[in-house]
Design a protein around this ligand. Structure first.
Ligand SMILES: Nc1ncnc2c1ncn2[C@@H]1O[C@H](COP(=O)(O)OP(=O)(O)OP(=O)(O)O)[C@@H](O)[C@H]1O
Ligand SMILES: [Mg+2]
Length: 274
């Protein structure tokens, strides 16, 4: 399906991504982990063609993605939708229009200028919002929503493109644990129910272990681990984060599990009170 071969990106003397190769044979959910500056964002941006590779190749179903230009490049960018840490919505625009922006790549400039959307697209946008449990917010301005809701709008916008691959760059880094869990659950569903490949840069080990079928670890621009969550032992994780990183499992853990434990505790307290 997706084949990355010796993909490299240099910024001046600095090599951000260094001869990275991996293959995705079938739709799956992949987590990319690594220290700050390891090259995770640059890798995703190259796959989406937001950043050009210095060397190497990206192929999708036999087609050379690295060589695409103009309309073909835009079509590819539709096929692999990107989700960002900061949601990248238009804050003053209503939610449904933000979602409809996901169809921009296949609409005329004039239709876009006058905010003209086909009825069928509007219905689909609302269906997608409904699927993500946020349809009631459709008429509100994006800025009126919580971070977690905004990220789900961004996911809806991505789904509007009907992408084969969803690339998510630290999708939960700005969210509280409860919303982080909701967003990760949505990404997992998008993979399982729709058969889309999800590749997410994650800054925490436990999220990668919990949600992903496969984890890729990067260090200094290179892949230093590629395996299942079970293979991602504490030792392997230490190698990914670098022996000198003062590594500890807890320092890279989100509080999803802590939250669950807190939830259980709260329930017990409530039960005890009854
Ligand atoms: N546009 C750019 N110009 C110059 N250097 C860049 C640029 N983008 C990234 N880099 C450098 O490339 C390296 C990899 O950066 P990248 O953002 O891909 O890392 P990352 O793993 O996503 O880090 P983080 O976890 O902090 O998001 C870093 O050394 C960074 O400074
Ligand atoms: Mg990054």
């Amino acid at each position: 399906m997706l084949k990355i071969t010796k993909l490299t990106r240099k910024f001046g003397p600095n090599t951000a991504v260094d001869a990275v190769s991996f293959t995705v044979e079938k739709p799956m959910m992949i987590g990319i982990i690594g220290r700050s500056g390891a090259g995770k964002s640059t890798l995703l941006r190259m796959v989406n063609r937001l950043t050009d590779a210095t060397e190497g190749k990206i192929e999708f179903e036999g087609r050379d993605v690295t060589a695409l230009k103009g309309d073909a490049k835009r079509a590819w960018q539709s096929d692999c939708a990107m989700i960002f840490q900061q949601f990248n919505l238009v804050p003053r625009m209503d939610v449904v229009s933000n979602v409809l922006h996901g169809t921009l790549n296949r609409r005329s400039t004039l239709a876009t200028m006058f905010n003209l959307y086909p009825q069928a697209d509007i219905c689909r946008a609302i269906e997608i919002l409904d699927r993500l449990g946020i349809a009631e917010h459709a008429p509100k301005r994006a800025e009126a929503l919580s971070g977690g809701q905004q990220q789900r709008v961004a996911i809806a916008r991505a789904l509007m493109q009907d992408p084969r691959i969803v690339l998510a760059d630290e999708p939960i880094a700005s969210l509280d644990p409860m919303n982080a869990q909701l967003v990760m659950d949505d990404l997992r569903r998008i993979h399982e129910e729709d058969g889309r490949t999800v590749i997410a840069n994650l800054h925490t080990l436990d999220t990668a272990r919990r949600y992903c079928d496969r984890v890729i670890g990067m260090l200094h621009g290179r892949i230093v681990f590629d395996g299942t969550p079970e293979q991602l032992t504490t030792g392997a994780a230490r190698d990914i984060y670098g022996a000198d990183a003062g590594f500890s499992e807890t320092s890279t853990s989100t509080s999803i599990e802590t939250l669950e434990r807190a939830g259980v505790r709260a329930m017990r307290t409530a039960e005890a009170a009854i």
